[in-house]
Design a binder for this molecule. Sequence first.
Ligand code: BG6
Ligand code: MG
Length: 216
Amino acid sequence: MDIKGIIFDLDGVICFTDKYHYLAWKTMADKYRIYFDETINNRLRGVGRMESLEIILERADRNYSRSQKEEMAEEKNEIYKKLLNKMTPADLSDEVRDTLQELRKRGYLLAIGSSSKNTKFILERIGLKDFFDAISDGTNISRSKPDPEVFVKAADFLGLEPGECLVVEDAVSGVDAAISGGFYSAGIGEASGHLHVTIKMSSFEDLLDCCAIINP
Ligand code: BG6
Ligand code: MG
């Protein structure tokens, strides 16, 4: 393997905003009396906003029109953004900050590959607005993970081929996307249990050892 670039998912990898996604969807689902729990939430990791809503609505006992669905997704996003507004650079863990800085020192190109349309806002909140060499997010894709589009664009922005990049993910859909796009993958949390993930991580800083083994 000759890895030149690392593409990071955002929610649940760089920061804990996956928890805010859950809280916001839970508030919305409770309001509409739709059953929702952490297991269902795991299926939403990496999946776009409207696609996530469709998964939640599998448990609804009535149908909703397109405009009602748009309203529900908007309600969730408003709750989510209020939670994001409270974030500060202190919400970026030392472990993630130090690991990113060390990877940069070792010469890797670093990018974000996230389905979220709130990516740039979150990066600004946690003090990483200008850190990455490229950002590919929900605003520049038409298909969300497990489609590889977001990572293919990120690699393209970095000027690299998929086979030169490692994708770091907490979502099963994200590892599926990486594999189908021809990327190497590193899974944390849920994604570390993926059968075909290249590297299983138990913590973010594991990346340092993994990269040293991959590119000695
Ligand atoms: C992904 C999250 O990063 O972004 C998903 O894992 C989320 O849970 C998706 O649905 C879209 O996010 P947003 O911020 O555009 O609603
Ligand atoms: Mg994620």
